[in-house]
Design a protein around this ligand. Structure first.
Ligand code: ZN
Length: 191
């Protein structure tokens, strides 16, 4: 089932999300729905708060980016990418040189900005079978994971913008929070 995506301005996007247990009701259906929702909206990642669930879960697929990449595009160390579910993720490392990538967010449609983030992120997390992992990610995979991890901590990519840049976007952000934005997927706006 395709779920509506929470738009910027809704307070759920600003609340740190809570961990879940293996008996969380309907977890496998929720994960299926998250994949379906992410692909239907052409996203590369989707986090619990974005589908109105205040829980520490996100899904991401960097493999589809590489699959759709033109030959002449830049090369990345994480080629050919991964597709993964992260539950109760905890960041235990964030290091390496910062680099810029043009980010967008399904909750903040029609806005893309260059964002600086470190190269490597290390997470302790559970997969969809509640098996524990500790992994360091790099490249575009690390980029998406950092963006999605922020969502379960109540952060958004626009938080990294310089105050002036953010000020210039304020009108557009206000429009999104009021539902004054045209998107081709279903959204939940702030009440
Ligand atoms: Zn996002």
């Amino acid at each position: 089932m395709i779920l509506p995506i929470v738009a910027y301005g809704n307070p759920i996007l600003r609340k740190p999300a809570a961990p879940i247990t293996a008996d969380y009701e309907g977890l496998s259906t929720l994960i299926d729905d998250m994949w379906e929702t992410m692909y239907a909206s052409n996203g590369v990642g989707l986090a619990g708060p974005q589908i109105n669930k205040p829980i520490r879960i996100f899904v991401m697929d960097s493999a589809q980016i590489f699959a759709n990449m033109e030959e002449e595009d830049e090369t990345y160390p994480d080629e050919p990418g991964i597709k993964k579910v992260f539950i109760n993720a905890k960041m235990v490392g964030l290091e390496g040189e910062e680099w810029v990538y043009n980010e967008g967010c399904l909750s903040i449609p029609k806005i893309r900005e260059d964002i600086q983030r470190p190269e490597l992120i290390t997470l302790e997390y559970l997969d969809e079978h509640f098996v524990q992992h500790k992994t360091t990610f790099t490249g575009l995979t690390a980029r998406i994971i950092q963006h999605e991890y922020d969502h379960i901590d109540g952060k958004l990519f626009i938080d990294y913008l310089k105050p002036l840049k953010k000020k210039l976007l304020q009108g557009k952000l206000n429009d999104i929070s009021k539902g004054k934005v045209k998107v081709d997927y279903k959204m939940i706006f702030a009440k």
